[in-house]
Design a protein around this ligand. Structure first.
Ligand code: HEC
Ligand SMILES: [Cu+2]
Length: 374
């Protein structure tokens, strides 16, 4: 009787092995199918997340979401994410299913009819099953991950011919962007052309930062001394928000990124304007403000083309073309500029701009001057 039971159990475990192997094979096949599909192919989950207010709030001031992909690179990353989720859910269902089955089948109430479950030791098929299946799963995940990394992460020599190079330099706590092709230097807010590969060369002026605009690309470290390369091609015109993703000091949370993707003509207009020197100020207050700018230490830290070449702090040549200041903390309004110049430490404690103890009229004047930097 006991022997008969043991035989049945062995037969059952073989059956289990076959079923699970087939299931894993199926999942692997689906995975390879999904990964192998053309990246231009429509992804139905995208529409779902884009339409879902939970993940994307169109009116929110600052909204970064990993659920919407607006570049081929993020689509690849998302596909990998779904593969991992799919496999994990599969494992969960199988393991929990077996657990629940065992709990019901062998619960105490059934003990008189079914007895104790057959106690086995050293069953080859079972041992094989729980060794081989996890290995298969891990290998599948590993291959898929390597494949995705390889396809989204460029190396130094892979810069596409038609790409636009942007140098990205992380500072505590703001981002510097340079576009050598157009002589552009700006801070925190970058404009790039749509459907053209953007080639990023990342570095840092101090500690390690991480450049992350989730709708356009995954994270990439910006570190001192060594240049890291990163690349994305935006599908659509729009504004994409990001954030430093590597803790870099007290104001790390206020180190935001804003990328405006425009069509080629609008981008060129923007870039051409950014490359112009600061316009001549007109009002007496602005003329005074310019003096204040040169007399106080402002010019040592801030660059204004044609006036000063400080490069420790955000370039101010076209300050007024930006929507936010202080790493994304404040809308760029006259009142906020005044508050900022009066005491940056009250707004962004610990930041690298000191309160320069300007008088009320000096603040008025220097902000009138800043307001001419269009
Ligand atoms: C010791 C260097 C230093 C001096 C001097 C200095 N700043 Fe700054 N300033 C900074 C830094 C650093 C930031 C960026 C702070 C941040 O976002 O973390 C900044 C930010 C700003 C910003 C916001 C720019 C943006 O795009 O976010 C304005 C405007 C500004 N400074 C104006 C001035 C004026 C006007 C003066 C002179 C009265 C001045 N600064 C003096 C270092 C300096
Ligand atoms: Cu940071």
């Amino acid at each position: 009787m006991a022997e008969e039971n043991a035989d049945r159990t062995v037969a059952r475990s073989w059956l289990l092995l076959v079923v699970v192997t087939v299931l894993v094979g199926l999942v692997g096949f689906v995975a390879i199918f999904i990964l192998g599909a053309q990246i231009t192919e429509h992804d139905p989950t995208e529409t779902f997340f884009e339409a879902s207010d939970v993940f994307v709030q169109p009116d929110a001031e600052w909204n970064t979401t990993i659920f919407v992909s607006k570049s081929p690179e993020t689509r690849e990353i998302r596909r990998l994410t779904w593969l991992v989720v799919l496999i994990s859910v599969g494992i969960f269902v199988v393991v929990e299913g077996l657990l629940v089955f065992a709990m019901i089948r062998y619960r105490r109430k059934n003990a008189e009819t079914t007895g104790e479950p057959v106690q086995m030791y050293g069953s080859n098929p079972v041992e094989l099953a729980w060794t081989v299946i996890p290995i298969l799963i891990v290998v599948t995940l590993c291959l898929a991950t390597v494949r995705t990394i390889h396809s989204v992460q460029p190396t130094a020599g892979e810069r596409p011919e038609n790409s636009l190079t942007v140098e990205v330099i992380g500072h505590r706590w703001w981002w510097e962007f340079r576009i050598p092709e157009y002589d552009v230097v700006t801070a925190n807010e970058l404009v790039v052309p749509v459907q053209r590969p953007i080639w990023l060369e990342l570095g840092s002026a101090d500690v390690i930062h991480s450049f992350w605009v989730p709708e356009l690309q995954g994270k990439m470290d910006a570190i001192p001394v060594k240049t890291n390369y990163w690349q994305f091609t935006a599908d659509e015109v729009g504004t994409y928000l990001g954030q430093c993703a590597e803790y870099c000091g007290t104001q790390h949370a206020n180190m935001l990124i804003r990328i405006d993707v425009k069509d080629e003509a609008d981008f060129k207009t923007w870039a051409t304007n950014q490359a112009l020197p600061a316009p001549n100020e007109t009002t007496p207050s602005a003329v005074n403000g310019r003096k204040v700018f040169l007399e106080y230490a402002c010019q040592n830290c801030h660059g204004v083309a044609g006036l000063s070449d400080g490069n420790f702090a955000p370039d101010l040549t076209h300050l007024m073309s930006r929507t936010l200041i202080a790493g994304g903390m404040l809308p760029n309004t006259i009142d906020n500029l005044k508050a900022w110049v009066e005491n940056p430490q009250a707004i962004k404690p610990g930041c690298d701009m000191p309160a320069l103890q300007l008088s009320k009229s000096e603040i008025e004047d220097v902000v009138s001057f800043l307001a001419t930097l269009k």
